[in-house]
Design a protein around this ligand. Structure first.
Ligand code: DGJ
Length: 733
């Protein structure tokens, strides 16, 4: 049992294999957090770990002669208005305008297994769930805190359900998913910032007094900040040290923040951004927050990432798609952009003959109406019918040609969008998110469909189902190329307008759920102008996400390195593209592009026929090598070895579960004369010997696991952007 309750002292100990999360219920009914960190015995009495001596801190009735004050207390779910001056996790407005709420413990329940939050993505298949019920005694408003425990992965997933058990409507003004009060502030905050073409850049700063936060108010998790945060001890690096990680399983507005108070204590929180959010609950209704996934390790950042990677690979989303080998894809976007016709696409499909490619994906530009065809990004979104002007015989000849070449067919869609120049908009100008009569913004010349409206949702669901039923489509690239502005829905009453962002995301998930349930073999690749919606919520439905529109290998070093902190390499799509690269104008060796793309869900973003012949000839052997290593790349442990943010090179490796196989990739950024990089490997069997070969299969030598890990492996690149890939095979113990 992952939850141990000591009735005598009202103390709960939540245990995973290597961590403990401990709190108790105080005499006054408040829940006091005592420890989150390395595993402690379930049997101990840890109440002494909390001490406070409140000065200038409000105390509750009944507490005046004690040392209790909510401002001094490490809380599980701090509510606004009852004496805690730190950032609250929860706030409400009652119908008389009162915003005070004071929640105390009422009861607990321990459930077998874990439960996903209703209508939201979440982890499944965990060991136990603890549900704590809190109550605001004055109004009888109830709050349920869920702790879903994944013992093997050292993960606790948390969410909250607010139940309006009062007789009046209640407005929730904030309801975060996770609050974690830590007794010190000796941490660095690691977060992930960026922009379109430069996602998931890693930033590490020392916590300071006051509030530091990262977040999104753009209706999507976004390119700018990723919905995750790590608090790491200053000495923590990839190989050792303490770190707490939290990631939100949600694709909309979010906040992740750390508040350090005057005493040097830290409150960490993650959840839906409280700006631009209110939710009205009628009596009898409930509200469920998204799930936040948290973990702790004292073994460094690689170990922290392994906890996230394992739980994402094994416990997030639909088993069939999640566990499938990922197809090797050729996508035509950078090969043609909008400029194609049937002959051009058939030529690309035919060029895959004998290469071993699994799926051809037709990107943007294939649809339209009688009046206009998608020849640029001004038109046609919403008109999901094949543009006869470009593809007069429809998709069928393309699908048939794919099948003839032993491949499957994939299609690009941007379902949530509408172009003003489209049949759909001409018929339904009110279906876009905006306020009629007011000026409104476009993003990439397009508007967002108001899927919070049932009629719009139904139209879209029906259209997608027809498209997928009428054509043999095995793969969808689900794009989203603008963020929300003018957030107003013509269908919501005034008091529900502040619900639009979250309602939109709920409907987005409903649509994805409906499509993935109806088409269980379909793979959906998430995309939002690259990595603009790279989050666990999206990964629940889309087992892989186009990591960035920057397909250039050297840029991808940083993007993929940052992304890998939380998300497994398998969840990132990475393709070899043509050179000079379209985003950076840089030319890198074909092998380097392969080495970087083959460390993720692999494919090509080019027309093979336009490649120089000697590069084209390498495709078949790259495909073969990826397939041979598929188990290792998909299921192996991923170790970051050298950071492209700190060094003129980057290195990483995969190690199979049984430690018998490994693959090390080293990529030089700008060449430094006489550079000899010595890289210490990780995760090997230190008592074993490993035979090392290069990609051509030539033997480099046989080395001890201890030698490779504790003395290192040396790399001597000769030029800019050179990649060196070694395959390791255990030969004996
Ligand atoms: C943005 C995506 O990230 C690209 O890969 C491509 O699909 C374009 N949209 C198409 O418009």
């Amino acid at each position: 049992m992952a939850v141990f309750y000591n009735e005598g002292i009202k103390q709960f100990v939540l245990s995973t294999e290597k961590t403990s999360y401990i709190f108790y219920v105080s005499k006054t009914g408040y829940i006091v957090n005592l420890h989150y960190g390395k595993k402690l015995s379930e049997k101990g009495d840890y109440r002494h770990l909390w001490y406070s001596d409140p000065v200038f801190a409000p105390q509750h009735e009944g507490d005046v002669n004690s040392k209790y004050s909510l401002n001094e207390m490490p809380s599980e779910y701090p509510a606004y208005g009852s004496g805690d001056y730190h950032e609250a996790a929860f706030g409400v407005e009652f119908s008389d305008g009162c915003r005070l709420v004071d929640t105390v413990y009422e009861s607990y329940e321990i459930l077998k297994g874990t439960i996903e939050p209703e209508n939201l993505p979440g982890l499944s298949g965990g060991d136990n769930t603890l549900v704590l019920t809190l109550v605001d005694k004055t109004t009888n408003l109830k709050i349920k805190l869920y702790y879903c425990i994944f013992e093997k992965e050292d993960i606790i997933a948390r969410y909250t359900i607010v139940e309006n058990t009062t007789n009046e409507p209640v407005i929730i003004t904030r309801a975060l998913s996770l609050n974690l009060d830590l007794p010190t502030s000796q941490y660095d905050m690691i977060s992930f910032y960026g922009y379109h073409l430069e996602e998931c850049q890693l930033e590490r700063v020392r916590l300071h007094h006051g509030v530091q936060s990262t977040g999104s108010r753009r209706g999507a998790s976004g390119h700018s900040h990723n919905p995750a945060m790590i608090l790491a001890s200053p000495e923590t690096d990839e190989r050792q040290g303490e770190a707490y990680g939290m990631a939100l399983c949600y694709s909309g507005n979010f906040i992740a923040r750390a508040e350090v108070d005057g005493y040097g204590r830290t409150r960490a929180q993650i959840g839906i951004h409280p700006d631009d959010f209110k939710w009205t609950l009628s009596p009898g209704e409930s509200f469920t927050t998204p799930e936040a996934v948290m973990t702790y390790t004292d073994k460094g950042l690689n170990a922290l990432s392994h906890n996230f990677h394992n739980v994402i690979r094994n416990k997030l989303g639909h088993t069939k798609r999640r566990d499938m080998h990922r197809p090797i894809v050729v996508n035509n976007w950078e090969a043609t952009y909008f400029d194609f016709n049937e002959e051009k696409i058939l030529e690309i499909i035919r060029s895959c003959n004998g290469l071993g490619i699994d799926t051809f994906v037709l990107d943007d530009g294939w649809f339209g109406s009688e009046k206009e065809c998608r020849n640029n990004d001004d038109t046609s979104l919403g008109d999901w019918l094949v543009a006869e002007q470009k593809l007069p015989r429809g998709l069928t000849p393309l699908i048939e040609e794919c099948e003839k070449q032993g491949m499957q067919f994939g299609l690009w869609l941007e379902p949530e969008m509408i172009s003003e120049t489209s049949e759909l908009y001409r018929n339904h100008p009110d279906w876009a998110i905006k306020k009629a009569g007011r000026p409104f913004c476009r993003g990439r010349n397009q508007l967002i469909l108001d899927i919070t409206r049932e009629d719009v949702y139904n139209y879209l669901e029906e259209r997608l189902i027809s498209l997928l039923s009428e054509n043999r489509i095995s793969y969808i690239k689900w794009d989203m190329n603008r963020n929300m502005s003018d957030a107003y829905s013509s269908s919501l009453p005034p008091e529900k307008q502040p619900e639009i962002f979250h309602r939109y995301i709920l409907q987005f998930y409903r649509l994805l759920r409906s499509i993935t349930e109806k088409f269980p073999d379909l793979i959906i690749e998430g995309c939002a102008g690259g990595g603009g919606r790279f989050d666990m919520g999206n990964l629940y439905f889309c087992p892989q996400i186009w990591t960035s529109d920057d397909s250039e290998a050297i840029e991808r070093l940083r993007i993929q390195y940052g992304t890998s902190m939380i998300y497994p390499p398998l969840s990132m799509t990475a393709h070899i593209s043509a050179c000079p690269n379209h985003q950076t104008n840089r030319t890198t060796p074909f092998e380097t592009r392969a080495a970087v793309a083959m460390s993720a869900s692999f494919g090509y973003e080019l027309n093979p026929l336009n490649l120089p012949e000697n590069d084209r000839e390498k495709i078949a052997s790259q495909v073969k090598s990826y397939r041979e290593n598929a188990d290792l790349l998909e299921k192996g442990d991923f170790y970051r070895l050298e950071s492209p943010f700190d060094k003129p090179y980057s290195a990483w490796m995969f190690v199979s579960e049984d430690l018998k196989k490994a693959r090390v990739t080293f990529v030089q950024q700008l060449y430094r004369p006489r550079l000899r990089a010595v890289v210490k490997l990780q995760g090997l069997d230190e008592k074993a010997r490993y035979e090392v070969t290069n990609e051509a299969g030539e033997k480099i030598g046989t080395f001890g696991g201890d030698e490779l890990m504790f003395a290192g492996m040396s790399f001597e690149p000769k030029s800019d952007f050179e990649a060196i890939v070694y395959n390791l095979k255990k030969v004996r113990r």
